[in-house]
Design a protein around this ligand. Structure first.
Ligand code: SF4
Length: 399
């Protein structure tokens, strides 16, 4: 087993108005007190997972959050060293090692620290280069200061670069978003994730929008923004390889590809979720508690384990694969689950010809299908209760 590794850092310098990710915003003094506990817990958890799963190395590593770049440098260095030490076959097999960072934390020392430990990909939370949009979204830093960091990265960072952009933010414009894309393209960001703003219940932005204090772009404006960004990305030679992700060919995120293929990965840190194959088309889901203190006290003991099997495992696999341009390999599905995908879910390419094509033995979302995937999945899911009995595994039958 050569799994991937995800590490969740549950700290941010401040909370963005739209975000419901698992993180808190301690001040520097509190962070100095709590970050060593986080480090100690992930080291213990890593050792326990290593004993249990006996992996020689990681194929990809991704440190996300939260804001990993907010960690004190000594804690970041110790976490990177601990991960490297856990790979008895060395780090050479880790084809991709990514760290997420916010522009405000990025400076020459931070970049040197990452490069010295073998990190070869940086994922930067840009979101928008329009000041008004940044303010309403609660992002720290101005468009100008963010741009300066992008210039620094273009000059000083030797590895690959990815950036997150959002659309649908208040005050954002289609022309402004296309300019943001071009600014990243010009600075060598070979990978761009483009996310639509979703109003998560209970976030400050959702409350403000509900109270009429913030006016968000309507459907037409959001569609114009999305189209303008896609046009700029296509013109620059980027490939739309997953619903929310674009890359210059060869710069796709290998770590996320493992999620979409439902390959094995382990997870450290509060709220992290791992997934490993459990035989006969079943997955073992390893869910770390989202209670930080419980995790720090006993990372493995507070982890919940769930077996995903039968039609649930098959549907998850379908859902993840259809997000990607590679789509769902029908023969591979049969090999993994012992069942035929067309028989299980119906001929999706005939039921939704505008959204799903059957090409070279794979179901693939068409360009339009990438935008309308939910409708297809809802239809495929409508059969799930009927299919649940039919595809129950023999294990479950005897439970
Ligand atoms: S920095 Fe990222 S994780 Fe932290 S609050 Fe903002 S969007 Fe959420």
């Amino acid at each position: 087993m050569v799994p991937s590794l995800y590490v969740h850092v549950p700290f941010c310098m401040s909370r963005c108005a739209y975000c419901d990710f698992h993180s808190s915003a301690p001040d520097r003094a509190s962070l100095s007190a709590i970050a060593p506990r986080w480090l100690d817990a992930i080291e213990r958890h890593l050792a326990e997972l290593s004993r249990r799963f006996d992996f020689p190395a990681f194929s990809t590593i991704y440190i996300g959050g939260g804001t990993p770049s907010f960690l004190p440098p000594a804690i970041m260095a110790a976490a990177l060293s601990a991960i490297a030490r856990s790979c008895r076959a060395g780090l050479a097999g880790a084809t991709e090692w990514s760290v997420e960072a916010n522009p405000e934390d990025i400076g020459p020392d931070f970049l040197s620290l990452l490069a010295a430990h073998g990190v070869n990909r940086l994922s930067v939370g840009v979101q928008s280069l329009e000041d008004k949009a940044r303010v309403v979204a609660g992002r720290r830093g101005s468009a100008r200061s963010t741009m300066q960091v992008l210039d620094l990265l273009a000059a000083r960072w030797p590895g690959r670069r990815s950036a997150d952009l959002m659309y649908g933010l208040a005050s954002q414009t289609a022309a402004g978003l296309a300019d943001d894309v071009r600014a990243l393209v010009d600075r060598g960001f070979g990978h761009i994730s483009l996310y639509e703003l979703t109003l998560e219940e209970g976030t400050p932005l959702e409350r403000n929008a509900r109270a009429g204090l913030v006016v968000l772009p309507d459907d037409d404006e959001r569609a114009d923004q999305y189209d303008a960004a896609c046009e700029a990305l296509l013109a620059a030679g980027y490939r739309h390889y997953e619903v929310s992700n674009w890359a210059v060919p060869g710069q796709e995120c290998l770590h996320n590809m493992r999620y979409w293929n439902m390959d094995d990965w382990l997870a450290l840190g509060p709220s992290g979720v791992g997934n490993v194959a459990a035989g006969r088309g079943r997955f073992l889901r390893l869910e770390n508690t989202a209670d930080d203190m419980c995790y720090y006290d006993d990372p493995s003991g507070s982890m919940r384990e769930v077996v995903i099997s039968g039609i649930d495992a098959m549907f998850e696999s379908l859902m993840m694969a259809l997000r990607t341009a590679c789509g769902l390999d029908i023969a591979g599905f049969r090999e993994r689950f012992g069942h035929d995908a067309i028989e299980a879910f119906g001929p999706l390419h005939e039921l939704f010809p505008e959204s799903i094509g059957l090409e070279a033995g794979s179901w693939r979302a068409t360009p339009r299908g990438m935008d309308t995937l939910n409708r297809v999945l809802v239809q495929a899911m409508s059969n799930i209760e009927r299919l649940r009995n039919r595809y129950t595994t023999s294990d479950e039958e005897t439970r």
